[in-house]
Each structure stands twice: as C-alpha cells, then as structure tokens.
Design a protein around this ligand. Sequence first.
Ligand code: SAM
Ligand code: SF4
Length: 457
Amino acid sequence: MNIPQELLKKYNVPTPRYTSYPPANYFHESFSNDEVNKSITLSNLEQPQNISLYIHIPFCNKLCFYCGCNTVICKEDNLINSYINTLKKEIILLKSKLYSNRKVSQIHWGGGTPNYLPIENIESIMTVIVDNFDFVSGAEIAMECHPWHLTYEYVDQLIEIGFNRLSLGVQDFNDKVMGSINRNKSVIPIAELTAYIKDKNVSVNLDFIYGLPFQSVDSFSETIQKAIEISPDRLVTFSYAHVPWIKRAQKKLEKYGLPDAHEKVKLFETAHDLLSNNGYQAIGLDHFAKASDELTVALQEKTLHRNFQGYCTRETTGQVYALGVSGISQLESSYLQSSKDVLKYTRSIDDGNLAIEKVYFLSEEEKITREIINELMCNLYLSWDAIANQFKVAKSEIKNISDSLLQQLKTLEVEGLIKYNESEIFVTEVGKFFIRNIASAVDPKMQNTSKNFSKAL
Ligand SMILES: C[S@@+](CC[C@H](N)C(=O)[O-])C[C@H]1O[C@@H](n2cnc3c(N)ncnc32)[C@H](O)[C@@H]1O
Ligand code: SF4
C-alpha cells in the first residue's frame, strides 16, 4: 500500500490515542469521596451484567528505556509484600461496594511486570478474588508477562491458578534494537515458550513495538517473519509512543536516532502486509488475530469492543474496576484513577478508602462521542442508526455535528480515508493508518485543545 507523503506530513501531529474517551489528560482532581462512591453505586445499575477486574502490579526488575507504563523498579521484598497485602484489602473494599449478583467475566493483570512477583503472591491474590466474587463460566483470566522472568514451572503454576491467556512482551527479536532499549531477552526462546503454553490450551499473544532505534524494514520484517513461524494466537504491533516530557528515560533513545513518521509507517505496513498474507486478521489499530479467533469473528459481526486493556468482545468484557496503583476504573459514566504513588495508595486503603486521585464524570453527550470513536476504532464502521438506538435518542440529535466537523468528514473523504453517507461512515484501507486522526475529527474536544499528546503515527 502506498501512503501519500502529504497525508503523512499533515496527519503526524499530536493526537490522542483514544484508549479512553475523553483521554486521560482530561481527568481532574476536583471531586468528593461522596461523588466517587455514588458513581460506583450507579455502576451497579448501569450495564450491571459483568465485572472486569484490572490488577496493576507496578514492579519491574529493570527499566526498559522506551517504557510508557506506570512502573516502579524495585528489588525490595518489604515493599512488594506490603503492596500485595494492600491489594487484598482493596479487593475486599471494592467487593463491599458492588452488588453481589454481579459476576466476574474478565481479569487482566498488567503492569509493570506481574510475573516478576513470586507465584505465591499471584495465587494468594487470586484466592481473595475467588473467595469474594462469583465468576461467569469460562471467564477470561489474562496476564501481561515479561518473558525474561518466565520458566516452564511458573507457566504451569499460572495455568493451575486459572490463567487462560498469556501475553509475552517480545518487542523485537533483533539484538541491536534490544540492546538500545535496555531490554533483556527471554531466557527460554519465545518459540519454545509459545509452543509450550499453546500446548496447554492457553492462548498466547506476543507484543512488538515499531519505531525503536535501529529498526529498519529489513530487520523488522525478519522479526515479524519469525513471529509468524512461532504462530501465536494474537499479536500486537504497538506504535512507539515517544513522550520524553512524561517519561524521562525515553530521552536516552534520542542519541541513536528514532525512525521518522515515514519510516514508522513503512515498518507498520511491512508488518501489516506480512501478517495479513499469513493468516492474521488486522484488528483495530494495531492488533492481529488468527481467522478462528473470537476477535476476528467479532470484527466480522461488527461487535468488536475495547477497553484500556485492549480489544475484546462485548460478551467477555464488563465495566472495568481497577485495583492497584495508577489503575483506571472504566465505568459506564465515570473514570476513576488511583494514586500513582505506592505509599499514598497504601495509606488510603489502610484507612478504608479507595485511593482515587483523579476522576472524570461523563455527560450523556460525551458517552455518545465515546461510542462513536469506539465504533470507528474497533469496527472501522459507524451506523448513526445503531448509535441512536443504543442511546434511545433521535438520529438527528446525534448527527448534530457542527459545521466544522462535517467539513472535516468531507476532507477525510476527499483524501480517501473514509467514505460516508447519510447513515454510515466506512473507514478505508488507507484510512486505517490514520484512524486516530479520523477519531479526532469527530471529537468536539479537539476543536480547541491546548492538551499535549504523542504524535499520531
Ligand atoms: C506492561 S508491558 C508488558 C509486560 C512486561 N512489563 C513487559 O515489558 O514485557 C505492556 C506493553 O506495552 C508496550 N509499551 C510499553 N511502552 C510503550 C511505549 N512507549 N510505546 C508503545 N508501546 C509501549 C510494550 O509492548 C509492552 O509489552
Ligand atoms: S516495558 Fe515492561 S518490563 Fe520494561 S519497564 Fe515497562 S513495564 Fe517494566
């Protein structure tokens, strides 16, 4: 696919990643505990069916220079043990706020590096969850793992505890790239680890990043070819988000030089084409799944959904309740983010209060915009009628797009990024590369914003 240079130039501008709507830099600190408690009570009544739990383990052994996650480099058992105890208290505190008929359909462990914890810690936290919540049958239990720490024994124990999805952060197979980002390779080769896990009927995802120092089309296509041979169920190619004003260690990568927008798109195109020609379906912005995968089926049925943790189906996900430092609960009408500071978080939970530090309460209009953006980003398609039905409002009310937004849609169509008519918007093949820009065109907040975002490409 050939992407015109002028589009790359025009659209490689600061743009939200839209992992949430509104984006996290709109969350604010002016709220009362009463408002937080009311919003959790309300969540029991809004889309009450399922509960998704997100458990944030911030600890890592060593900092990868590209890292954009909320991490604490820690080798102190005391701090880790105290964190585990606090997490257990938080689970019980959260449970006391949720209606008892609600069941868990999804648990996602992210970080940091959850598998940096001794397995006994994982097991004891899961025991507290199992003792306090009912589960739907076949609930999804997933963990983001750094393969460097994984042993066969640890994998076996995770599976015994109930994990049925493991994601391995590979990032790249090239030694020079891995050296520049200060990242240790897997001790067990990824091919053997993946085969071992798949053999136990556990789904495997591999994470890669493009846009890192020393990556070239040749080197990255070697990496992706190797990944295809390994044959994971799913694979993600994240666009490297360079935000050195937030993550200072990322500055260290600048001395090697980073691929520019044009080179980054070439890297993504290479991966996209290789994967598409070898049995993987592109899912949303950067995910790929095998044809038989439930994400591929959901995409075909236009029922793909997503939350902070990635793409999912509406069946598996529920409102997300986050546990641990910096975790963001994604409820129907609010976002609640916990403190990023381990000590503040611990103190608050010890006092019997959730450690919420930032919030956002959504208006009805913002919920509609969130759904529009989600539909475009997940299903590359939007039906105004479907949105109107879902929100039980007249279509004319939703399509009440300002003239300038309408003008942007016209421009996107002329540029070949979308097709649209009275009832629908379709994102084109080229448009997929600019999906964040397309989303920002239907985002009223982007009309006049002074917020800082990473670049779109
Ligand atoms: C929490 S980490 C996964 C678990 C484990 N800590 C690891 O590194 O393997 C989540 C994923 O986010 C991605 N990631 C981290 N920083 C990023 C950045 N600045 N831009 C894009 N992706 C990033 C990496 O691909 C990483 O595998
Ligand atoms: S990429 Fe993973 S292992 Fe590396 S610092 Fe970030 S969270 Fe830790």
